[in-house]
Design a protein around this ligand. Structure first.
Ligand code: ZN
Ligand code: ZN
Length: 335
């Protein structure tokens, strides 16, 4: 192949994630087909909404309630999911049956409901987002005490395309007895790097990103927001604490305030610059297994806007295709 003369001739590039080792394909030419995609607006009348008054809709009592003192109303409440993906069960370890490995679907599935029917996270003030993060920590610490639990996933779906079935704003917490595959990749990659170089791969990467600046979207005293080199969706965003720590649940008050500011910035940009697409975000933190050392890990938040639908290529290869170069995405979101 002839060498590429200038950027216009740039066809595509395979990129590998430094931590997980996973590859993606950046194919900007396909971007000619790229358009912003507003999420489908699902209408649900307040009087039919199961989250206006969860107890009245036959949900189990809340396990945590934060009050809005000014309004004499609740601000958020955490309830057990009425349709849980995992539930109470025995806690026996992973076992085999013939060739196959299995584990009982033991765990906890909770919903974090925000009071306002039509107020999305991007519209919350940073102080409220900080309280939400504190509620995540609160539930995390309680669930982590259960001896069956190995990993606690905290995530948020915005829009039907991102998997949200009730349009009333809410997040979810799923505590499970195994460590899921993407988390394993991330943890194992971080451990491998630490064993080889004696340093945290994320800290190294952040130092490099801050030096180059090309993929940095935002920065405050506690957090760095970047468009990852091997983004898995157009406009993927990751928020990293500057201070090395494996455990989200140990982040202090000041750090939560910095996180809330960075999250508010990121979600507002997605909302305004990308015209309110569906998105998911989740926290990657060290597993809740107390007997193992995860101090090499570096907790963070990943935000993935949802534009396309997985095709056979993605499913058949485990490799995502993006059309927006992360450097360009950072430039757009930074403004
Ligand atoms: Zn509602
Ligand atoms: Zn680190």
């Amino acid at each position: 192949m002839a060498p590429q003369k200038n950027k216009k001739d740039f066809m595509s590039e395979f990129r590998q994630d430094l931590v997980s080792g996973d590859w993606i394909l950046l194919a900007p030419k396909r971007g000619e087909r790229f358009g912003f995609k507003e999420r489908a607006k699902v209408k649900l009348a307040k009087n039919k909404c199961p989250f206006e008054n969860p107890a009245k809709f036959g949900n189990a009592p809340a396990v945590l309630v934060y009050q809005n003192k000014k309004k004499d109303d609740w601000f958020l409440q955490v309830i057990p999911n009425k349709y849980p993906a995992v539930g109470r069960g025995n806690c026996e370890p992973t076992h085999r049956k013939d060739l196959h490995k299995m584990h009982a679907g033991t765990g906890f599935h909770e919903i974090v409901i925000y009071r306002d029917h039509n107020r999305y996270l991007a519209d919350f003030i940073a102080d409220d987002i900080k309280n939400i993060a504190a509620a995540f920590q609160d539930r995390y610490k309680s669930l982590a005490e259960d001896k069956c639990i190995e990993y606690i996933s905290i995530f948020h779906n915005h829009g039907k395309e991102a998997g949200s079935t009730v349009p009333h704003p809410h997040s979810q917490i799923l505590a499970m007895p195994i460590i899921p595959p993407d988390v394993s990749h991330s943890i194992n990659g971080s451990r491998r790097y630490f064993n080889e170089y004696g340093k945290c791969v994320h800290c190294q990467m952040l130092a490099q990103e801050l030096k180059e600046g090309e993929r940095v979207i935002y920065e405050n005293n506690g957090m760095v927001v970047i468009a990852p080199f091997a983004s898995r969706t157009n406009f993927e965003i990751r928020i990293f604490p500057k201070k090395h720590s494996a455990y989200f649940e140990k982040a202090g008050e000041q750090e939560l305030a910095h996180l809330a500011d960075a999250l508010k910035f990121s979600l507002s940009k997605i909302n305004k610059k990308l015209k309110d697409p569906a998105f998911n975000f989740f926290i990657h933190t060290a597993p809740a297994v107390k007997s193992r050392d995860y101090s090499h890990y570096h907790w963070h938040v990943e935000i993935l806007p949802k534009f396309g639908i997985f095709g056979g290529f993605e499913l058949g290869t485990g490799m995502d295709i993006i059309t927006m170069a992360p450097e360009k995405a950072a430039e757009i979101l930074r403004k």
